[in-house]
Design a protein around this ligand. Structure first.
Ligand SMILES: Nc1nc2c(c(=O)[nH]1)N[C@H]1C(S)=C(S)[C@@H](COP(=O)(O)O)O[C@H]1N2
Ligand SMILES: [Mo]
Length: 319
């Protein structure tokens, strides 16, 4: 199968150099904090501030395979989350407001020409920002559809200039027990980490997310930057990334470390390969009553299947 390196939905010119697009982020965050605070005082966890929109709006990627199923209502999505740093229930949106996402420095290290430390605002100004509507399929068999705002992971990989020996990319979440007391729990291998191959990192679909629903990313969504790999189970899409490390060795993620038999390295969505404890054939879209069939590669096979040619018969490709 032939895969061209640059798809037509990748915005070529760097729209992000338009200062007005981002420079408001600090103001936005201040507005968001005020809004969330007010919401919390009113006793509504996950109250959504109106002030946090990107202005002007980040353009939706043209010619892109946007999800066509209904977008999950923001209010539902922002109060049903997996973010174990703030608790193992889905109702962590209130606890997650303790996250300090501004200022935020991303470190890029390992097999690179030189280590980079970059402020999130600088990074956003340098990256080609766009909106993409993605399906997300959690390994627990629920799903959602989200209009993310962000940029192709490949643009960040290019900026990082990895050495030729780099074959994997490892992502690490912040570690701060003051902010996230759950990180004191010694039975978890904190901080949360995940890893993918360089080939996967350069795939057109791999996205670094900094916003959702046209707004700066809510803390419970993994502010200020997270990964989204829509063809893989959701646990691969690590939140609140503070470090990206290029490596010649395959990293072992948080869940693989905990239970490799249930949560593996590849974790590509496949309705025909069950989780050891439940079926993966169907999923429950958040906010909908009925279950729907799960799709191979979560419906993104045309864009990603070529990366796994010859691996289809291995159970580990789907776990
Ligand atoms: N750091 C971190 N990233 C994480 C998780 C987590 O617990 N901690 N949970 C993962 C799982 S299992 C899923 S399904 C998604 C959930 O994203 P959402 O809460 O925005 O829906 O985040 C993923 N990224
Ligand atoms: Mo998940």
């Amino acid at each position: 199968m032939h895969f061209h390196r640059q798809a037509n939905w990748v915005i070529k010119e760097n729209r992000a150099t338009d200062e007005a697009l981002f420079l408001n982020r600090r103001q936005l965050m201040a507005g968001a904090a005020a809004g969330v605070g007010a919401g919390l005082i009113a006793g509504k966890a996950g109250a959504l501030p109106a002030e946090s929109r990107f202005s002007p709006a980040v353009p939706r990627a043209g010619g892109f395979p946007h999800a066509t199923s209904p977008i999950t209502p923001e209010r539902i999505n922002s109060t049903y989350n997996n973010f174990y740093e703030f608790g193992s229930s889905k109702s962590i949106s209130r606890e997650a407001q303790a996250l300090v996402s501004d200022p935020w420095t991303l470190t890029i290290d390992g097999d690179v020409e030189r280590e980079i430390q970059i402020d999130i605002d600088d990074l956003m100004r340098r990256m080609p920002m766009q909106e993409r509507v993605y399906r997300h399929r959690c390994v627990e068999a629920w799903s959602m559809v989200v209009p993310w705002v962000g940029f192709p992971l490949r643009a960040l990989v290019d900026m990082a200039a990895p050495l030729s020996r780099a074959r994997f990319v490892r992502f690490e979440t912040f570690f701060d027990t003051e902010v996230a007391p759950e990180q004191k729990a010694s039975w978890y291998p904190w901080p949360y980490t995940e890893g993918i191959t360089m080939n996967e990192a350069r795939n057109d679909l791999a996205m670094i997310v900094v916003g959702a629903y046209g707004k700066v990313l809510h803390k419970q969504f993994g502010a200020p930057l997270r990964l989204h790999l829509p063809w893989k189970y959701g646990f691969k899409s690590i939140k609140s990334i503070s470090r990206i490390t290029f490596s010649s060795r395959r990293p072992k993620g948080f869940w693989e470390e905990l239970n490799a038999r249930e949560y593996g390295f590849w974790a590509n969505v496949n309705p025909e390969v069950d989780h050891p404890r439940w079926s993966q054939a169907t999923e429950k879209p958040l906010g909908q009553d009925d279950r729907v069939p799960t799709q191979l590669f979560n419906g993104y096979g045309a864009q990603v299947a070529g990366m796994y040619a010859g691996m289809e018969g291995n159970r580990s490709t789907w776990m």
